[in-house]
Design a protein around this ligand. Structure first.
Ligand SMILES: Cc1cc2nc3c(=O)[nH]c(=O)nc-3n(C[C@H](O)[C@H](O)[C@H](O)COP(=O)(O)O)c2cc1C
Length: 231
């Protein structure tokens, strides 16, 4: 058993063994485990303690119907409802562009998709909308009145979920891709119009036999993102 399996035993361990998993086993996750993760995750800090996040969890037949709805719609509208926010700046400069390209190319290489195989890329991208096979999917919203600060709060909540999943032997993949289908998901789940769905998240047990889960992402060295003064 590698250190990526089994429950993380410390916060450091959870952080180091968390990775975005893009192939899950169909093995179910119990509702009480998901409830527990979310209850603890809600201890996340938020400016003014306003706790702006809402989360909608799908599993079983509801998850399957939602996935089927999106795949059916994608036959005629492959780009979904159109995103309500830009995932990245249109003209993203370096070093960010290079980092993004690297993780994309590394992922496609593991998935056996050639760089110029646009259909293959699209097929890999569509796996987002079946939660990469995970039995549990989540959608995160904040109300449209909120701005940057509340999206940071949501990020804290999200990372807590990813780490708490690791403490329970589970893995995750946060999914902005679901933003493409924000209207469809909102309609399907009856999410109030004042809430805007920011992203989804897949939760489950990884299929380690799938090569995509071998993706090892790099991080910039400390010197390149931190400055220390006065020590
Ligand atoms: C808010 C957020 C949204 C993301 N959306 C997607 C997504 O839609 N699809 C996907 O495959 N990965 C998605 N990712 C995963 C990133 O690609 C991943 O975190 C990054 O490449 C670093 O890899 P790691 O998570 O394995 O450390 C998302 C991550 C974050 C934090």
């Amino acid at each position: 058993m590698s250190e990526r399996d089994g429950p993380a035993r410390s916060v450091d361990d959870a952080i180091r063994t968390r990775a975005s998993i893009r192939a899950f086993l169909p093995r179910p996750v119990e509702e009480k485990v998901v409830r527990d993760i979310l209850e603890v995750a809600a201890r996340a800090p938020s400016g003014g303690n306003i706790q702006p996040w809402k989360v909608y969890v799908v599993a079983g037949e509801v998850r399957d119907r939602l996935v089927a709805t999106v795949f059916e719609k994608a036959k005629t509208t492959p780009f979904g409802d159109g995103p309500w926010y830009d995932e990245f700046p249109k003209e993203m400069g370096e070093p960010f562009r290079a980092r993004r390209r690297k993780v994309g190319f590394d992922l496609y290489a593991l998935a056996g998709v050639a760089r110029d195989d646009m259909m293959g890329r699209a097929r890999q991208g569509m796996k987002n909308f079946e939660f990469f096979g995970a039995p549990v999917g989540m959608f995160f919203t904040v109300e449209e009145q909120f701005g940057v600060a509340q999206f940071v709060d949501l990020g804290m909540f999200l990372e807590n979920i990813c780490l708490l999943a690791r403490a329970r032997g589970l893995h995750t993949c946060p999914q902005e891709a679901w933003g493409l289908w924000h209207r469809t998901v909102s309609e399907f789940l009856g999410i109030p119009p004042k809430e805007r769905m920011f992203c989804g998240l897949a939760l489950g047990h990884p299929d380690w036999t799938d090569k995509v889960n071998a993706l090892a992402t790099e991080r910039e060295s400390l010197e390149n993102f931190a400055r220390f003064e006065g020590f």
